[in-house]
Write a protein that binds this ligand. Structure first.
Ligand code: GLN
Length: 304
């Protein structure tokens, strides 16, 4: 069956579920998003594309940005990354501080908030203007210049981001944040506030389905080994404390964000982005997870 036909079926089947879950309201600027939105885009490395729903509407990529910054940090800092952050699932909420005390300020992995702060700190030491470099990297991957920060979302998160700031200062007390906490966190809030659509994200993630090579331009962006490793981290740490349940149901390396987006990789074949703003308890899109589960069931494209 054609990918487009499969997406059409998923759209039909999930229609009664649209609007389910709870929109992230701890970031006030995200609270007013229409929960009934739904989009799903698939891009293959051979150029096949399929879309359904609100695929061209921008949303806040939030934690999906953690994969982009990790890829940049692995390119720039190589093994040094792993002196500062681990590679184990946390089993805790994405914004939890509890393990940091016992584990000397070394976050469990780069895809939870604390780990992403450390990654952004690494980039802050490398670049004069890390915000700009992160944005440029994403524009290159998506082959699109018109990708921007949503400054209202960044401001809203900065004004209410006490938990993230607490985490940053706590890690700094262990010596694991090297730059000024407020400056690092300002970059972090901006990377989370980048606005992209399902089509942009599916395209931008194709390099991770293609051994680190952007299929459109043929450019090797990261080494194959690093691409494999990022996929491994997405599979084991990309969906926070429901990573086991997600692997059971979907079985694809994936990363979610509290804006309601989830990106999944079918290695060697596809990148998928689904967006539905209502979240389940663990902070992952409720309908988005169901859509990916249906996709894998219908196509048999899980990695197991
Ligand atoms: N900006 C959000 C935060 O730091 C990102 C969290 C997420 O998407 N899971 O809380």
């Amino acid at each position: 069956m054609k990918l487009q036909q499969i997406l059409n079926e998923i759209y039909q089947e999930l229609n009664p579920d649209f609007g389910q879950g709870k929109v992230a309201n701890y970031i006030p600027a995200l609270a007013n998003i229409n929960p009934n939105k739904f989009g799903m885009a698939v891009h293959s490395i051979s150029g096949e594309k399929a879309f359904v729903g609100d695929v061209n509407e921008n949303f806040s990529i939030q934690s999906i940005s953690k994969v982009f910054t990790l890829a940049l940090a692995m390119m720039e800092c190589h093994e040094k990354v792993w002196e500062r952050v681990g590679r184990e699932p946390s089993g805790n909420r994405f914004n939890s501080l509890v393990q940091l005390e016992n584990e000397n300020g070394i976050p469990r992995n780069p895809l939870i908030n604390a780990g992403a702060h450390v990654v952004t700190d690494l980039l802050s030491s490398k670049y004069e203007n890390p915000k700009y470099e992160i944005l440029q990297f994403i524009r290159k991957l998506a082959e699109k210049e018109e990708i921007f920060f949503d400054n209202d979302v960044a401001k809203s998160e900065r004004e209410t981001g006490n938990r993230n700031l607490a985490m940053g200062y706590f890690m700094k007390s262990f010596g694991n944040i090297h730059n000024q906490v407020r400056v690092v966190l300002d970059t972090y809030f901006h990377q989370c506030a980048i606005a992209m659509s399902c089509t942009d994200l599916a395209k931008a993630f194709l390099f991770l389905a293609n051994d680190g090579i952007i299929p459109y331009s043929g450019e090797q962006i990261i080494e194959k080994l690093d691409s494999d490793r990022i996929n491994a981290l997405m599979l084991t740490c990309g969906m926070y404390d429901s990573v086991g349940d997600f692997a059971y149901r979907v079985g694809l390396p994936s990363k979610s964000g509290v804006g309601g987006g989830i990106v999944s990789i079918v290695p060697g074949e596809l990148a998928i982005c689904v967006w539905s703003p209502g979240l389940s308890e663990n902070g992952n899109s409720y309908v988005g997870t169901k859509a990916l589960e249906l996709f894998v069931r219908k196509t048999g494209k899980g990695i197991f």
